[in-house]
Design a binder for this molecule. Sequence first.
Ligand SMILES: Nc1nc2c(ncn2[C@@H]2O[C@H](COP(=O)(O)OP(=O)(O)OP(=O)(O)O)[C@@H](O)[C@H]2O)c(=O)[nH]1
Length: 604
Amino acid sequence: MSDTDTNTDTRSGSGGLRTPIVAVLGHVDHGKTSLLDKIRGSAVTQGESGAITQHIGATAVPLDVISDIAGGLVDPDDFDLPGLLFIDTPGHHSFSTLRSRGGALADIAILVVDVNDGFQPQTIEALDILKRTQTPFVVAANKIDTVPGWNTQEDGPIQASLDAQSDRTRERLDERIYSLIGELSDNDISSDMYWQVRDFQHNAGLVPLSALTGEGIPDLLTVLMGLSQRYMKEEMEIDTTGPGSGTVLEVTEERGFGTTLDVVLYDGTIRTDDTIVVGATNRTIETDVRALLQPRALSEIRTEKQFERTDEVSAAAGVKIAAPDLDDAIAGAPVRVVRDQTLDAVTDDVEAELAEIAVETDENGIVVKADTLGSLEAIANTLQETDIPIVRAEVGDVAARDVAVATTADEQRNRVILGFNVDVLADADDRADHEDIRVFQDDVIYQLVEEYEEYVAEIERAQQDTVLENIMRPCTFRILDDHVFRQSNPAVVGVEVLSGTLHRNSPVVVFDGNDPERVGILKGIQSQGEDLDTARAGESVSVSIDGPTVGRQIKEGDELWTELPEKHAKILEQELRADIPADEREALSRYLDKRRNVDPFWGK
Ligand SMILES: Nc1nc2c(ncn2[C@@H]2O[C@H](COP(=O)(O)OP(=O)(O)OP(=O)(O)O)[C@@H](O)[C@H]2O)c(=O)[nH]1
């Protein structure tokens, strides 16, 4: 195959209408890859060779092939959009990369949900992003062939499959579908079987299907085409020959080409002699395109490293750009071709877009690293909504300098790095260990945030425990009748602990009238000849009290208290009430009542 030749016809839109960009989202293992493979596979079997075009990070399926697969559900004469461009998001968990100027890169999305598994963390996260970016979507209720008793109708429309099922099997499927509709509704999305939906702008259509057997796939393609044609036609009217605009999906090293960008172009054209401006960490890169690369026809981008060069690519398309100086470019960043406008104007444009995504940082807070600009933006949003301050937010793996920033934090809760879908470099790992910096990693944003919140709660609990350890605790106890073992120096008496916990070395008071009177210090606790540090409510023990003489300051039957300093009483009442046992709370209330009889503001 020649070095420059490639069929650009399906890569560019015709008549000024570009191909709608479709993203496939969903929880891990719910079938995203299988669904795309099935669509690709059906396209290859149905159409003539070359009918679909493999792009970098995307697959284009032209209208006539969609019509072939949809078997009569799609009449090409009813449509003037050129087909659909599916982004190969599987593997890129952070589909939030898929941003473009002003919103989502994908014009439309398929949310894949396993009918047996229902909503899972990444389903909810995907839905949140779809809602936030207001991306229209279809729900693919996948794996219907696993419903017990299923009678497969290979590659057919869903109605034919449903008609072929027994009543019992239909019921089983319905149960699963209704529970999906319920879960969608719990997440504020009203939905129904796609054929029941009249207003797709306010209701999500559900397509039951199997990515394995292909049944329901004709319906999925029909709905996608219909929605695009109906609601997106205007947005698809672009000047395909204008200067290109795109989003970086990935920054990769390519042998012979150095650092390259996998880009999805959503507007205009890019050519080999173009100058481009690309977003990087805290700056923009201006460079000249050295080569535009596409996979060889029908090759698998992830395994096949052989590319072919092309002179120009028009939206919507996926393309690999080789150019000098791309090392600092970041996934999710904008790419703009400089043509018609000056370099300065385009640079301003890219800077403005980067500024829009930039995370506002605080003076104190945690360090956040993410794999792409889009995911960084999404995680920063979540953290800000939860009032978690951020001191540094950047795209890239966790590096030693991130640990260095985290070590400057005063509070333990800020000596933390959250890594979303990134690696921790070895030296950073060592240093974090050494400096006692906690690093959390996850590929689901809200799980990452939850892990951090649990950690903070743990720190708070530990801090409370130390406070509790250093604080006097309320306790009341009664001297038992006929249990005076020694009058004084120290007085030794038998007592019953009424509420709270008695500790050694506590000051002891009696309430004589209203005022508390310190009578001495409780020196020791004994039970059956053994020395104890504490005695709990309900226990009877003998205690030695340094200070009083039985018969004078204290006597049989008296109720005694451990003395609470005012400051401790205040902390106990205002901060730790929930953390102390019920009997202690009761002792505290009674103690406070007694003190407040004399001074209403005591301990407030
Ligand atoms: N029976 C049945 N199995 C399916 C179907 N779709 C996917 N699977 C199986 O489910 C497993 C996961 O499917 P994938 O397509 O790899 O899932 P994914 O969502 O792309 O997973 P990641 O790319 O890892 O996020 C594989 O073993 C598939 O064969 C289906 O419709 N029916």
